[in-house]
Design a protein around this ligand. Structure first.
Ligand SMILES: C[S@@+](CC[C@H](N)C(=O)[O-])C[C@H]1O[C@@H](n2cnc3c(N)ncnc32)[C@H](O)[C@@H]1O
Length: 318
């Protein structure tokens, strides 16, 4: 395949078929990292046997899920059928996580197609053994939309916990310096201002993130062909806040492999899956490329630019 950017893989059945020939995993197979850290399965998130195969008796401490929600990826389904499917992967996730754990779920809307499952999802989750902890909004710096509506610039990230998992508050600080001075208060008889009292010179991300650039073709982390890649900075913030070194982080909808890469960079282990062999292959190749070159994506190239990869037979398990 040429060293150029790929179009969206999901929109081109012929190209998808061609790429299948370059995939090391088939349905039901798991790639085990030769370095012994990660696992990638070509599996179904809603299938308990598939999840058990991925986990191989281990437990995760954190899951970061980004399920498909647009009509292109999921086909035309009623909201109730979609929520029933979400309920099934919420249960498989619960089974794969330890007693003290965190679950983050990205959920969007396709208002054009009247597909807005966010509220239904939140209600469904009340029946599960997770407590809702926060509702984060990532504010995109670039938007899309027409002059006839509010520009769409938000992505929603729901945060749930079970038991008493870690939360490292220092991960909540952005790299944006505080500029507002003032807010004087007496501490021990001394008048102090907010910058002296604060724990950091920088502002906190809080639950509205304004400092994360969404992925587009000019960024190094861009993986062309992928249609729903999350920014590494956002995933790394979650991993830093809600896990410790060597913890196992789960992602049942791995696509471009952002959670896998974040885990590698931050010294965590990642067990992830995608039901499409092409995205499993992309995630594994992204990890291999990072290990070989330090690069986080392909920018203007593509994951299949070297065609058949000799390493492709490594680490495969049926
Ligand atoms: C929105 S994308 C995830 C994007 C990812 N967070 C990233 O940063 O690249 C959703 C992915 O879920 C996969 N998928 C859809 N249904 C699935 C299922 N039942 N089990 C596992 N993966 C599934 C799709 O193939 C797609 O790659």
């Amino acid at each position: 395949m040429k060293n150029t950017a790929l179009p969206r893989i999901d929109g081109d059945a012929v190209m998808h078929g061609e790429l299948l020939g370059h995939c090391r995993l088939g349905r039901g197979q798991v790639w085990c990292d030769p370095e012994g850290r990660h696992r990638v399965g070509c599996l179904d998130a809603a299938d308990q046997e598939d999840v058990d195969l991925l986990m191989a008796g281990e437990s995760g401490m954190l899951a970061i899920h980004d399920p498909p929600y647009n009509m292109v990826a999921f086909g035309s389904v009623e909201t109730s059928a979609y929520i029933e499917w979400c309920s099934r992967w919420a249960d498989t996730t619960a089974s794969a996580l330890g007693a003290d754990c965190s679950l983050y779920v990205w959920l969007g809307a396709n208002q054009k197609g009247h597909f807005e499952p966010l509220a239904d999802f939140m209600v469904m989750m009340r029946q599960k053994a997770f407590a809702s902890r926060s509702f984060i909004t990532l504010r995109n710096q670039r938007g899309y939309g027409t002059q006839k509506n509010w520009m769409a610039v938000r992505q929603e990230l729901l945060y749930y916990t079970r038991g008493n998992p870690v939360f490292h508050a220092e991960a909540d600080y952005t790299d944006i310096p505080k500029i507002l001075r003032g807010y004087y208060k007496e501490v021990g008889g001394v008048r102090t201002e907010n910058l002296e009292r604060g724990r950091s010179e920088n502002i906190r991300a809080g639950n509205v993130w304004v400092d994360v650039q969404q992925v587009f073709y000019r960024l190094e982390e861009n993986v062309s062909g992928c249609y729903a890649q999350k920014p590494l900075k956002a995933i790394e913030r979650v991993v830093r806040a809600s896990s410790d070194a060597e913890d196992c982080v789960l992602d049942f909808f791995c696509h471009s492999g952002t959670t896998l890469l974040a885990a590698e960079r931050l010294g965590r282990r990642c067990y992830c899956m995608d039901k499409d062999p092409v995205f499993c292959e992309i995630a594994i190749r992204r990890l291999e490329r990072y290990r070989g070159t330090g690069k986080t994506g392909w920018q203007m190239g593509n994951p299949f630019e070297n065609g058949h990869d000799e390493s492709k037979e490594q680490g495969r398990h049926g």
